[in-house]
Each structure stands twice: as structure tokens, then as C-alpha cells.
Write a protein that binds this ligand. Structure first.
Ligand code: 1PR
Length: 523
């Protein structure tokens, strides 16, 4: 029996699913005694150091947790569950951690995008049981803006390179903790969990010793989901956002089945977009929650869900906040939520007043679940202009001339699945979202969507150069070579595609095979 410390933030379902998939039962901590009586404790943490410690204190878990750690019983900390072991964190000045390991938690001070999101390797510094059956060159999923800095080097189990070398796992007696998420790291991550659960086997050093590690570019499979006219939830795909063919909604398969297929093909992440979420109420749209629950039972890579993340008043006048909607998704297995239409309205309001309210969906969800949990999905469309002075938007000079020979364009944000254009450009929008706390931008392009003509490199350049958070390039992938193009010609951290995968024109595996040797990827 594994005891799981769930303090209410983030996606613990994935950890539970991963442990259960390995044949172990999980008991959630409901009171301090559960920690006292635990034989093996797993502590997955997500969100903010300060709010985590506040909850642990309020629930009287701190003393019993310290006693548990001192008793040297098996403990696995994940992400914030690692950071909690330290004395302090720059994320929450003045708030004490558990202090089991001397040292502090620091924010990344680098020129690269922060959060550090994606698959990176491990420089293994000492033997451990958790490395049994690993080669040593596997990649694991990270998502964090802060990293631990122990004072005693003996506790360092692994390091990872991102801008500089940071400590990515620690080991002290039977206490092991990782900055990466084993439950989101595919088969290699499951292996680590299994090694922890069985507690058998010797401490080993894997065969391959990395000489430095590199963050991989991510390949994301996207599933646009909606109900068809028969009321079934299907994966669909549009051509420039038009998902109907001969009057019917295109049906390209069942969401959970396709997600599993892409996971097994090697997708680094799966994104579900509930494309009619802007007009439906997602909490009534229970099938979407079911899809997530089912998917997270056998898909062990990060899951993002978008569509309808906004405040909502139901027909009885009950108000649901975007935070409540997001919370449902996190508890059903999502790691990140993606906000579309509402984010545009939030950005417009911010630009009008020039000040943050602290209450927008972006700010609220980022505060509770961390910036990395908030993806902004933007649906821009090109608008050509004769001169950069014609509009007050961010205009670029383009190699793809307009219908009347125009050499300039701007990218207009749209809402409601491209149905409504707004007086806001994608570059300004992305900057505002970053300022409000978004962790990543999913950069679609209506002009390219479903066209197989390649990513809009000019758009990706313009947005990427304007922000420091990671960008997911999306729309237009038509062949494996387009992924090479987007990763070699832009700084995008990941690339997303839908149509070519759904129509089986190119598999995720083929995309990665073609990238291998040209771009860092997870094979
Ligand atoms: O506005 O917060 O409710 O979110 C709705 C979400 O649904 C947004 O993320 C929006 O992008 C998405 N959406 C709305 N309508 C459509 C549609 O297609 N009619 N899908 C839609 C957008 C775009 C991509 C697509 C890529 C790759 N899908 O994510 O998967 O363009 O396609 P490709 O590789 O086939 O070219 P809210």
C-alpha cells in the first residue's frame, strides 16, 4: 500500500494512475495520522511553494512529515514535493520549508525560456535503486521555474543542464525526490516509480553516463474534440477551422483511443481542445472530463485541455469561476489548461486599464496551480496592410505578399473558434498574457490550419521574439520536413500537429526519426 500526500493542488490523478498501473494500491492522506502510519509515502507537489506550505501547516502535516522523513522510511517527492524538503524558497520569501535538506530553492536566472518545460536528461551522480533497468540516457518530463540548491553535495542524486547545471534529484537514505515527473515521463518514468514501489534491487549506476543534457524539442499531438450531429464526442479537424465536410462534422476517431495511440507512437504531449467550449458549459460537458479520466489511466505524458475555461453562470444563476472549471480538469487528469477566447477578452481589459486585477482566469489559475499550468491558445489570422503605419498593431514585413501585393501584415486575434476578429494583435496579446502569468503560448494560425502547407514561420518568429515563455508552434504541418523547418528556423520549443497524424499521413515516430540528428528530441 502506497500512501499519497495529496494537499489539493494539481494533478495527483496521474500519479495515482501511474502507481495503480504498476499494480499497487494507493491510499490518500486525509489526516496527520495517515502520514504517521504510512509505510511508503509519495508526495507529488504542484503549484506554488508558499501555498503548499500554508496548506501543509493548516492541516497539521508539517510535524508528522518531518518525523516521517527523520525515521528514514521510503519517501518519494516529486517536483514541489522535492522543493518542500528544503529550508526556504525564493518563490515564497519568509516561508519555511520542511528543512530536511539544508539549502534553498532558487528561481532560474537564465536567458532561456522559463519555466523549464519539457523532456531533459539526467547526469547521474551516485548509484540508486531507482535506476534499476534504466540505460542512463532516457529523458524525463520537467516543468518548473525554480530548482533546488542543496548545501551538502552528498545528497545530489542527479543534475540536469538548462542554462546551467542544476540539481534535478536528491537522495538521503530512503528519501528520494525528483524535480522531474516520473508519472509523466512515459516508460522510463514508470520504471523509476516501479523501482521505488518494489524497494528491491541493489543501488546501481546506469551504463550510459551523459556528458551534459539537453532539453528536447517537443512533438505534440492535438485532438480537436466536439459532439457531432449524432451527439457523440469525436475527434474532428478543420480546414482553416471549418470542421464540416458535406454538411457533417468530420469524425476522425474517439478521443481517448487516439490519445493512447499517439502516446504509444511517442508523442511528448497530448492536447485536447474542446472546440465548442466557448458556447457550451464545460462542467455540463461531462464526457470531456470522462475522456480525460480515461486517457490519464494509460497515457503517461502531459495532458493539456482547452475549451471553455472561463467564468460561467448556469441557468439557475449559480456562478462558476474559471478556476473552478480548471480545478475539475486538473482533478480529472489534466496537467495544463489552455485558455482561448477568454484570454483575449482578459488582455483587452488589461490594455484598457493598464493594470492587473489579480482576478482574471489567467492570474487566478497561475496563482493556484503555477504559471506552467496555464497555456494560452491563440487563433490569429493574417491581415494585410499597405504600410506599417496603417494600423497601431504590431506589423511585420512579410515574404508572402497579400492579394494586392501588400508587403506588410499583422496577426489579428480572434475568439469563438475564429468566428470573431478583435482589435488586438497576436504579438501584443502574447506579451500581455506573459505579464499576467501564462506559462506557455499555443500559437495556432487560422490561415495555415489544415492546409498541410507548413507552419507560419513569420508569425512564430514575431511572437517568440516578443516573449520569454515557451511557444508551441501550431497549424499547417503537412510532412515530417515541416518540423525540421520550424525547429531550425525559429526558436519554438515545441510543435503541434493534428491533421497529418489523424489522417495517418505521417506518424509521430516518423516525425521524430526525421528530426533525429538535426534537432534534440526524445526518441
Ligand atoms: O475559446 O477557450 O473556448 O477555446 C477553444 C479552443 O478550441 C481554442 O484553443 C481554439 O484554438 C480551438 N478551436 C476552436 N474552434 C476550432 C476549430 O477548428 N473550428 N480548433 C478550434 C483549433 C487549432 C489547432 C489545430 C492546429 C493544427 N484547432 O489546435 O489542431 O491548427 O492543425 P493541423 O496540424 O491539422 O494544421 P476557448
Amino acid at each position: 500500500m502506497i500512501t499519497l500526500l495529496d494537499y489539493g493542488a494539481g494533478n495527483v490523478r496521474s500519479v495515482i494512475n501511474a502507481i495503480e498501473s504498476l499494480g499497487e494500491a494507493v491510499k490518500r492522506v486525509t489526516c496527520a495520522e495517515d502520514i504517521q502510519q504510512a509505510e511508503k509515502l509519495v508526495f507529488p507537489g504542484v503549484g506554488n511553494f508558499g501555498s503548499m506550505m500554508k496548506i501543509l501547516n493548516e492541516q497539521n502535516y508539517v510535524t508528522v512529515l518531518k518525523e516521517y522523513l527523520e525515521s528514514d522510511r521510503p519517501f518519494l517527492g516529486i517536483c514541489l514535493g522535492l522543493q518542500a524538503l528544503f529550508e526556504t524558497s525564493e518563490e515564497a520569501e519568509g516561508i519555511k520549508g520542511l528543512g530536511f535538506i539544508r539549502g534553498t530553492v532558487k528561481r532560474f536566472e537564465i536567458d532561456l525560456s522559463v519555466p523549464h518545460i519539457g523532456w531533459n536528461g539526467l547526469n547521474i551522480r551516485q548509484p540508486s535503486r531507482i535506476f534499476n533497468s534504466l540505460r542512463g540516457d532516457e529523458k524525463f518530463y520537467f516543468v518548473h521555474s525554480y530548482h533546488v540548491a542543496p548545501l551538502d553535495q552528498e545528497v545530489v542524486l542527479t543534475t540536469t543542464d538548462y542554462g546551467y547545471e542544476f540539481v534535478s534529484a536528491v537522495q538521503k537514505g530512503n528519501v528520494t525526490a525528483t524535480q522531474f515527473h516520473p508519472e509523466k515521463s512515459g516508460l522510463a518514468g514508470l520504471r523509476i516509480l516501479k523501482n521505488f514501489l518494489t524497494s528491491q534491487g541493489k543501488s546501481v549506476m546506469p551504463k550510459v553516463v551523459n556528458e551534459g543534457t539537453r532539453l528536447s524539442k517537443r512533438i505534440i499531438a492535438c485532438l480537436d474534440v466536439r459532439s457531432n450531429d449524432q451527439g457523440e464526442l469525436v475527434v474532428t479537424k478543420g480546414d482553416q477551422y471549418d470542421v464540416r465536410e458535406n454538411g457533417d462534422v468530420r469524425n476522425l476517431g474517439k478521443p481517448a483511443e487516439l490519445a493512447k495511440w499517439y502516446y504509444e507512437e511517442g508523442a511528448d504531449e497530448i492536447t485536447f481542445l474542446n472546440i465548442t467550449g466557448f458556447r457550451d458549459f464545460p462542467l455540463e460537458d461531462m464526457p470531456m472530463l470522462e475522456v480525460l479520466k480515461k486517457t490519464s489511466e494509460n497515457v503517461f505524458v502531459p495532458l493539456t485541455i482547452g475549451g471553455g475555461i472561463r467564468d460561467y453562470t448556469d441557468k439557475d444563476g449559480r456562478v462558476y469561476t474559471a478556476l473552478e472549471v480548471a480545478a475539475k480538469y486538473f482533478r480529472s487528469g489534466a496537467d495544463k489548461v489552455s485558455i482561448g477566447s477568454d484570454a483575449v477578452l482578459i488582455a483587452e481589459a488589461y490594455l484598457k486599464t493598464g493594470s492587473k486585477t489579480g482576478k482574471s482566469a489567467i492570474e487566478e489559475i497561475a496563482r493556484v496551480y503555477g504559471n506552467q499550468a496555464v497555456v494560452i491558445s491563440v487563433d490569429p489570422r493574417r491581415v494585410y496592410v499597405k504600410s506599417p503605419d496603417d494600423v497601431r498593431h504590431h506589423v511585420i514585413e512579410t515574404k508572402i505578399k497579400g492579394p494586392n501585393g501588400e508587403k506588410y501584415c499583422w496577426y489579428q486575434c480572434t475568439i469563438k473558434g475564429g468566428r470573431e476578429g478583435r482589435d488586438l494583435d497576436a504579438v501584443t496579446f502574447a506579451q500581455v498574457c506573459e505579464r499576467l502569468g501564462a506559462g506557455e503560448i499555443l500559437l495556432n494560425c487560422i490561415d495555415r490550419d489544415g492546409t498541410n502547407s507548413g507552419f507560419d514561420i513569420e508569425l512564430i518568429h514575431a511572437v517568440k521574439n516578443a516573449v520569454s515563455i515557451p511557444i508551441i508552434a501550431s497549424s499547417g504541418a503537412g510532412c515530417a520536413e515541416h518540423f525540421v523547418e520550424v525547429f531550425t528556423q525559429t526558436e519554438a520549443e515545441s510543435a503541434l500537429a493534428a491533421g497529418i497524424f489523424h489522417r495517418r499521413e505521417v506518424s509521430v515516430g516518423e516525425v521524430k526519426k526525421n528530426l533525429n540528428g538535426k534537432v534534440e528530441i526524445r526518441l
